[in-house]
Write a protein that binds this ligand. Structure first.
Ligand code: HEC
Ligand code: HEC
Length: 161
């Protein structure tokens, strides 16, 4: 009887230790996709800070007066253009700046992704200003943006997970 009690005490003790160990694993180990997101975020922040520094930390300057090849995002402050780059484009696609840019010269358009992004912007505008508006009975604020399709992926999904 004594042995049985001791045995059950020991097994409760062992189970407690095991579950503590599991807790520890849960608390100290990052989900790998979290750390990927963290490093993308840090990389974007680093590039945004460098670009800002290169224009004298002037977020309010008009983008096309300080950047070299603005073809569509004209007339907006530098801070707004960089927010579109960081959150509108990069975060929506789950990438950092280097996906579309040579990060040593942001004005170059040598990567096909930068040209595609210009076309995607026109495509999104056409959906919003022409196609959605022609759908009868749709809500007045119906809108799509890069996130609607991309949702953190380079290629939009075609199937539910
Ligand atoms: C999905 C593609 C894409 C991503 C990702 C992206 N950009 Fe851009 N970027 C563009 C496009 C397209 C333009 C040109 C806009 C235009 O023609 O009006 C541009 C223009 C720029 C310019 C102006 C360059 C010049 O001198 O003409 C800067 C600076 C810039 N991006 C910085 C960034 C930074 C910093 C990041 C990351 C936080 C970033 N971009 C991420 C597509 C992208
Ligand atoms: C209506 C859906 C939709 C919207 C909105 C949309 N995209 Fe796309 N995008 C696509 C599809 C579909 C592809 C092609 C994916 C493939 O290659 O199979 C694509 C491809 C791209 C690519 C090329 C991906 C690569 O291979 O690197 C870029 C860059 C891109 N989109 C940027 C954008 C940006 C920036 C916006 C917002 C201005 C945007 N997209 C909005 C559907 C969309």
């Amino acid at each position: 009887m004594k042995n049985l009690l001791l045995l059950s005490f020991l097994s409760v003790f062992a189970i407690t230790l095991l579950s503590l160990d599991n807790q520890d694993t849960l608390n100290t180990h990052h989900n790998p996709s979290d750390s990927l997101q963290d490093s993308l975020e840090q990389d974007r922040k680093k590039h945004v800070a460098a670009v800002l520094k290169s224009v004298g930390d002037n977020r309010g300057a008009i983008a096309d007066s300080v950047f070299e090849d603005i073809q569509m995002l004209k007339g907006m402050p530098v801070g707004r253009l960089l927010a579109i780059m960081e959150f509108g484009y990069s975060k929506s696609l789950g990438v950092s700046c280097g996906h579309c840019h040579d990060v040593n010269n942001f004005a170059l358009s040598d990567k096909p992704q930068k040209e595609i992004a210009r076309e995607m912007s026109k495509f999104t505008r056409k959906i919003n200003l022409e196609l959605l508006k022609n759908i009868k009975h749709i809500s007045a604020d119906a809108t799509v943006n890069c996130t609607t399709c991309h949702r953190g992926n380079i290629k939009p999904a075609l199937n539910m997970p």
